[in-house]
Design a protein around this ligand. Structure first.
Ligand code: UD1
Length: 371
């Protein structure tokens, strides 16, 4: 009997889970492919990991590495060691990697050293800011991957500029939009419950998230950002879902008390995917340094202020609701006040951000392995 084609997918962090969900769903339709999932364990708290598997109905991983937290090198090395063992045992025909986290980098190095082809989903994104750990990861993954699936047309150019052959680059659209469109209804159904729980009303609050190393690990940036939040929260309530990294650093910098005294600011633990989507659908605008929220808000046509120096999601600035405000208090406040006074951007449609990205990717891959 002919051996089934074996695809091995790797995920480790919160945004990875959102990206693999529609891909694995689509792949499961094809019985001639054996799909193996590895969870590196980079994220491990219930709300950062298992809640995504439950809500998005992601299959139980065949392997769980439990690498946990640590410095970038330690985290990457642990994942590298564990993944190599699994690759040698499973002998996959293809390794599928998503995004740009440390687990993605480890997967790329381990697979490339064993000459296993790699498909990279969300390939070619660049901020051209090497201070971002994600920029280092994705640039290396770009050099090692075999098939490159780009979320934005501009990412195709980035890959071409880095010498990647045109025949291996595919513009397929944004896979997170697949999950978003599939989950929107379920999130909307939570609205009444969530509004009550947080004591908020639709369009009368701001959703805030903050977790980038460049912000969370910098006292100076945190002071600027929360200085802005203090001003904004005088006009409109701010709901801040705090990432564990940021919670740890706020404590370390002795800023916890200052922040807890901002009266219009409500701080909560990380929330699940559907709860977050519900909060975003109903909010007035988003204040964040997240990658995911920059494009989710564009798809939902909700204003987004991005507290980063640059954005790799350039199309959300050109065609969407995104504005990059950096980390300067006055700039953040002035852009927020504009939105509050009704001056906002409206989103245009982006080609292939249509909920069918996973379908396109799986079709291309199956054609390759059918030859
Ligand atoms: C990682 C990714 C980042 C992505 C983010 C999504 C890298 C380099 N960064 O950043 O690109 O946007 O995930 O959230 O891979 N922690 C917990 N519980 C958890 C996970 C983390 O308490 O379940 C705490 C630990 O103190 C840990 C810190 O958060 O040290 C940072 O976690 P880590 O996985 O290193 O990076 P993120 O900031 O989550």
């Amino acid at each position: 009997m002919k051996r089934k084609t074996k695809f091995l997918t790797i995920a480790g962090t919160r945004p990875n889970f959102i990206k693999i969900a529609p891909f694995l769903d689509e792949l499961a339709k094809f019985k001639r492919v054996k799909s193996v999932l590895v969870h590196t364990g980079q994220h491990y708290d219930y709300k950062m990991s298992q809640s995504f598997f439950d809500e998005l109905k992601i299959k139980k991983p065949e392997y769980f590495l439990g690498i946990g937290s640590g410095s970038h090198s330690v985290q990457t090395a642990k994942a590298l060691e564990g993944l190599e063992k699994i690759f040698l045992l499973e002998k996959p025909d293809l390794v599928i990697l998503v995004g740009d986290v440390n687990s993605t980098l480890a997967g790329a190095i381990a697979a490339a050293k064993l000459h296993i082809p790699i498909a990279h989903i969300e390939a070619g994104q660049r901020s051209f800011d090497r201070e971002m750990p994600e920029e280092i990861n994705r640039t290396i993954v770009g050099q090692l991957a075999t098939y490159h699936f780009a979320a934005m047309e501009k990412d195709v150019d980035n890959l071409l500029n880095e010498g990647i052959s045109k025949k291996n680059i595919y513009y397929v659209g944004n896979i997170m939009v697949d999950t978003l469109l599939k989950s929107k209804k379920a999130a909307e159904l939570l609205s009444r419950k969530i509004m009550k729980e947080y004591n908020i009303e639709p369009k009368k609050y701001v959703v805030m998230t903050l977790h980038r190393a460049g912000n969370a690990d910098s006292k100076e940036n945190l002071i600027q950002i929360f200085g802005a939040v203090k001003e904004i929260s005088k006009k409109i309530k701010v709901i801040f879902t705090v990432h564990p990294r940021t919670a740890k650093m706020l404590k370390q910098f002795g800023l916890e008390n200052y922040i807890s005294r901002i009266s219009g600011l409500r701080i909560t633990d990380p929330v699940s995917y559907l709860e977050m989507l519900c909060l975003v659908i109903n909010c007035f605008f988003v204040l964040s340094d997240s990658g995911g929220l920059q494009h989710e808000t564009t798809v939902l046509n909700i204003p987004c202020l991005t507290m980063k120096k640059t954005s790799e999601w350039s199309v959300t600035i050109e065609k969407g609701t995104n504005i990059v405000v950096g980390m300067d208090k006055d700039k953040i406040v002035s852009e927020a006040l504009k939105i509050i006074s009704g001056r906002r951007k409206n989103a245009k449609k982006i080609r292939y951000w249509d909920g069918k990205t996973s379908e396109r990717i799986v079709k291309i891959l199956l054609d390759k392995f059918n030859e």
